[in-house]
Ligand binder design. Structure first.
Ligand code: ZN
Length: 163
């Protein structure tokens, strides 16, 4: 059993995420901890890098700038679409989330950020794009990945990928 986080460890951790102004974004506290397969880009790059070599019980605060988190905000992913391009039944309100694209595999998630009589503004940026992130992390478990997890490139079981 590996005692330190290294490539192909399945890591289970609790986290609380704040933005750089100290506003809480999300937390696993009171919920199940999260599991991921280390070294496979399952979590944001800046956090994964800092978790290497850590052990169960370690607590750390990791600041990740937007570029190493969910990316910089890209204006090119914002588009204005005529309202009549949407199905009549579509709920067009600010905050609504749609999947757009030719099929399920080539779709991207967009969020409605503005609605007018004639058009709808869609933003394809990740909701945390452009946000500098601060993670408070506590490592609660480390184990070796199974063969199946390595083939899939993600962690299974509690807190991991559900099939
Ligand atoms: Zn799987």
């Amino acid at each position: 059993m590996p005692s330190k986080i290294s490539k192909n460890s399945v890591v289970t951790f609790h986290y609380t995420l704040h933005d750089s102004d100290g506003t809480k974004i999300e937390s696993s506290k009171g919920k199940d901890p999260l599991s991921y397969l280390h070294g496979h880009s399952q979590i944001v790059a800046g956090l994964e890098r800092e978790l290497s070599g850590k052990a169960v019980g370690d607590k750390l605060k990791v600041s990740v700038d937007a570029a190493n988190g969910y990316g910089e905000h890209n204006k090119g992913l914002i588009m204005e679409v005529p309202r009549d391009k949407f199905p009549k039944a579509a709920k067009l309100e600010v905050g609504a989330i749609f999947k757009i694209g030719p099929d399920a595999k080539n779709s991207s998630v967009v969020q409605v950020t503005a609605v007018s009589d004639k058009s709808v503004t869609l933003d394809g940026n990740h909701p945390l794009a452009g946000v500098d992130l601060v993670f408070d992390v506590e490592i609660v478990g480390i184990r070796a990945a199974t063969k199946e997890e390595l083939e899939h490139g993600h962690a299974h079981g509690a807190g991991g990928h559900k099939h």
